[in-house]
Every structure is written in C-alpha cells, then in structure tokens.
Ligand binder design. Structure first.
Ligand SMILES: [Zn+2]
Length: 169
C-alpha cells in the first residue's frame, strides 16, 4: 500500500526536507546554496513517482501535459525537491513548445548548466544548484533581453503565488 504524503505545511516540510513556498524566503536569508543531498530512497519518500523520474532520473514530461506550460499567474517558481527559488513569472514567456519557458533564472547561482549528449543531441541541461534536481534544458532561441529559452518541466517546479504572502507588495 502506498503511503500518502501529508499535506505540506512549512513545519512538516522542513522536517522531511521538502521546503514549502512560505519557507523559501527564510531559506534565501540563511544560505540557499547549502547543498541538499539525499539518497534515492529518501527522495522517493517525499516525491511522487513522476517527480522522482523527472528530477532524479532526468526524465521529461510530455509536451502540453504539465501543470505550468500555460500558467500565467504572477509569482515565483521553486524547485519541487528543495524549495530553492528558480524562476520568476516576469521572465516566463509563451514559447509554444509545451513546457514552461523562461528567458532567465532568478539568479545565476540558482541553477547549474552542463553539457548533455544523451539521445543523440548536444544540449545544455539545467539543474537546481542546491539539490541537483533535473529541471530541463536551455536553448539559444529565446526572446530578448537574454535570447535564452529555459525549457523546464512543470513536474520539477512548484508555483508560489505572491498574493498569498502577507509581505508581498
Ligand atoms: Zn532543488
């Protein structure tokens, strides 16, 4: 029988290593680049099968199947594994490719890029710097000002609505 994961609140989330949106600010103040390392078994306890496949095994969700490819609300997108802030809605654009696309991350430190030669292609893989979650790939066919397209799996990220935050302007 599959164990149900309790609804995440910041207290439970921190204790099991998953950080809620509300805790993201605190994390940033502390040191968001403290590496978070877990075994596959530990990740499986806190992620769904699909989240584990995409983030820990560099999987890809089907185009137009994810939660965020057509998501237009204002807020932040955080890593589904560790809660590290990754992208702002301001940098999201409609690429037509079926995955959420951004022209820049919240900061260069938030993400790590590396050469990926899998599937007979030369691409640049994008991972979460804090926990090494696979996020997607970056391509050089994006809009100004960067000309980049960070093509990200919805499964790898979690939207945090700024309107929910009392301190948000
Ligand atoms: Zn992460």
């Amino acid at each position: 029988m599959k164990k149900r994961i309790p609804k995440i609140n910041s207290v439970i989330a921190v204790s099991i290593g998953l950080v809620s949106c509300e805790a993201v600010g605190e994390l940033e103040k502390k040191d968001s680049m403290d590496k978070l390392v877990k075994t596959d078994t530990e990740w499986k306890e806190v992620l769904t099968d699909e989240q584990f496949y995409v983030t820990r095994q560099a999987g890809t969700e089907r185009a137009f199947s994810g939660e965020y490819w057509n998501h237009k609300e204002k807020g932040l997108y955080a890593c589904v594994c560790c809660g590290s802030k990754l992208f702002r809605s301001d940098a999201k654009f409609d690429s037509g490719c079926g995955w959420p696309s951004y022209f820049e991350p919240v900061s260069e430190r938030a993400i790590t890029e590396r050469r990926d030669i899998s599937h007979g292609m030369i691409r640049t893989e994008v991972t979460c710097t804090r926990c090494d979650a696979h996020l997607g790939h970056v391509f050089r066919d994006g809009p100004p000002p960067t000309g980049l397209r960070y093509c990200i799996n919805s499964t790898s990220i979690r939207f945090c609505d700024l309107a929910d935050k009392k301190n948000a302007e």
